[in-house]
Write a protein that binds this ligand. Sequence first.
Ligand SMILES: [Zn+2]
Length: 242
Amino acid sequence: MSELSSPDPQSEENSASLQSSRGQRPEEQLLYDRLVDAIIDKTLRPGQHLNEVKLAATYAVPRSRVRRVLERLRDEAVVEIELNRGAFISRPTIAEARDVFEARKNLEMIIVRLACARATSADIDELRAHLTKERQVFDNLRPEMNRVAGDFHVLLAKTAGNAVLARMLTLLMRRVCLIQSLYEKRSGVLCLVHEHERLVDLIAANDPEGAAAEALHHCAHIESSLDLTERRRTEIDIYELP
Ligand SMILES: [Zn+2]
């Protein structure tokens, strides 16, 4: 056995202690997951206060660990922590919203091009199975439709076979939810299933430029459902301040 392939107990120990110091305890992860789900489902709204004491009691997690979860969410740009005021769900500005959408559309174009090159027939089957579920959820206007639509994009990113891009897109999608919560126009379905279906057809047909154009169109369509004007921002600040 070569030295390179032999197990190194020291490094395994280091890796275990590193993992625990990163806060991978189940109750802490559960709190993190619940908060992320509530942001995606829009039950937690931008500007909403996150009460550290109540979160600690509800999830039976020490306050120090609640704070770590909140700091992790702050680092992921979905929570803001203000001195002496506590933690709040982020309220993206118009400039941030535009940056997020610009980043997202460029990322999505890269992802679908890679997906065309790398998708296996099993990947296409998985995407189509997701679309069937998505269609049912949208037809019945289920509360989880936002999350299911977002999951489609994360699944596409996994199909692209690049964990770094998938992680970037996952984090961006949460910020997109906050932006939609704040700036969405009164009417309209956000994520149109038939556009997702067209994307999968183009990937299955290995048409990278067609898929990139469709991804761009899809992102532009979603952005057009937002009112990114100063007037809207002023209304939010006047009427929707928590
Ligand atoms: Zn979509």
